[in-house]
Design a protein around this ligand. Structure first.
Ligand SMILES: Nc1nc2c(ncn2[C@@H]2O[C@H](COP(=O)(O)OP(=O)(O)OP(=O)(O)O)[C@@H](O)[C@H]2O)c(=O)[nH]1
Ligand SMILES: [Mg+2]
Length: 418
């Protein structure tokens, strides 16, 4: 199960992940103790659990998460690959990459603050990027003296928020926790006698296992490409659909490069094949480090990923400072690519609730509008019809540091790749 941990800056996402890894035995106590001493000596006391996830020097100095990091821990039912997302508004693009790889999410909200700007943005993005299962951890309960009344206020605000984007509050666990003090993580703690639900780790096992679309054409968006001495070029990414097998002939688009899978590795072990949800590194005969990069998508040589000349999309506008018109060219975040794309036609405005057409060929769109539009990428990019390959058909639209819209591709006009 791929799990994204999302929420506003400083609300305790990394601390929660570090705490879960500690409580499930994925990180031993002496490592946390070492981080505690080091963090304290550097004036960063209380960051010991966050440092399990925040490994970059800049992350530790600033006390924030910048890039996404993958870690593994096991519960009774699942093994989780957890993606700890940054809350800082400048790094929402990294959060989008993390969320686009996730099957489920934990939303962390600090009890003293309640929902904040990136709480809203992350919830909207999680939903539009296809995360259907969510658990809400109301953290820093120690800072509000484990007050049930405050918990219920924050729960009410969050219920309204998640309902707006389509999650069902009555089916969503809301858990009062303190990651720092380890309250309601592994067992229900005496600090919250009023809380009758499950602790966080037990709640994770109530997630439903995602369906594995192994019968679809294979798609693996490249997240990074490493060069490892003795092995060669090692692209990494998550299998979204289909099966990757040793010996398979593959094609990378839009790079338009071909090769053959030599070996596949997951969590440092060689495996014969990888299925949807697996985060893998692999070695490809015929591919050099400079041939492919983040944003390219791997598929079988006989059914390569679709490169779009243009595509039709259904979008919801989250916020735009004025009016969104034809010619507007923001950045589209889709699977692992970030590509500037132009709105070339506004086909119709829809009623966001019923999906009925409200206006044909509108001259502009504004915040809150839903619409069918035609988009032209400024350079080649892979995107697929959401009906055939939902994992590669969803996107977020960003401009000047904020999320403008999100949506899905409902038709593709392919570009001929020679
Ligand atoms: N009192 C209290 N403080 C906490 C708790 N959890 C985290 N913190 C503190 O909140 C601060 C931020 O914690 P992080 O885990 O780095 O927060 P984050 O959400 O990962 O932050 P970004 O990744 O930068 O968005 C640190 O000082 C933590 O010690 C908690 O349960 N109680
Ligand atoms: Mg963090």
């Amino acid at each position: 199960m791929n799990l994204a941990v999302i929420g506003h800056i400083d609300h305790g996402k990394s601390t929660t992940v570090g705490r879960m890894m500690f409580e499930t035995g994925a990180v031993p106590a002496h490592i946390i103790e070492g981080y505690r001493k080091e963090a304290e000596s550097k004036g960063k006391a209380t960051f010991e659990f966050a440092w399990v996830m925040d490994n970059l020097k800049e992350e530790r100095e600033r006390g924030i998460t910048i890039d996404i990091a993958h870690k593994r821990f096991d519960t009774a039912k699942f093994y989780f690959t957890v993606v700890d997302c940054p809350g800082h508004r400048d790094f929402v693009k990294n959060m989008i990459t993390g969320a686009s790889q996730a099957d489920a999410a934990i939303l962390v909200v600090a009890a003293p603050d309640g929902p904040m700007e990136q709480t809203k943005e992350h919830v909207f993005l999680a939903r539009t990027l296809g995360i259907t299962q969510i658990i809400i951890a109301i953290n820093k309960m120690d800072a509000v003296k484990y007050d049930e009344k405050r918990f219920n206020e924050v729960k009410k605000d969050l219920s309204d928020l998640i309902k707006m984007v389509g999650y069902k509050p009555e089916e969503t666990p809301f858990i009062p926790i303190s990651s720092l003090q380890g309250v309601n993580i592994k067992v229900n703690s005496p600090e919250t006698p009023w809380y009758k639900g499950q602790p966080l780790i037990a709640a994770l096992d109530t997630f439903k296992e995602p369906a594995k679309p192994t019968d679809k054409p294979m798609r693996l968006p490249i997240q990074d490409v490493y060069s490892i001495s003795g092995i060669g070029t090692v692209p990494v990414g998550r299998v979204e659909t289909g099966i990757v097998k040793k010996g398979m002939k593959v094609s990378f688009m839009p790079a338009n490069k071909a090769g053959e899978i030599k070996s596949i590795e997951m969590h440092h072990e060689e495996i014969p094949q990888a299925v949807p949800g697996d985060n893998v590194g692999f070695n490809v005969r015929g591919i050099g480090k400079g041939d492919i990069r983040r944003g390219d998508v791997m598929g079988p040589a006989e059914a390569p990923p679709t490169v779009a000349d243009e595509f039709t999309a259904q979008i919801v506008v989250l916020q735009h400072p004025s009016a969104l018109t034809v010619g507007y060219t923001p950045v589209f975040h889709c699977h692992t690519t970030q590509t500037a794309c132009t709105f070339v036609e506004l086909k119709k405005k829809l009623d966001p609730r019923s999906g009925q057409t409200k206006e044909e060929n509108p001259t502009f769109l504004k915040s809150g509008d839903a619409a069918i539009v035609v988009i032209k990428p400024t350079k080649p990019m892979v995107i697929e019809n959401v009906k055939e390959l939902p994992q590669l058909g969803r996107f977020a639209v960003r401009d000047m540091g904020s999320t403008i819209a999100a949506g899905m591709c409902i038709a593709v006009q392919p570009k001929q790749m020679l």
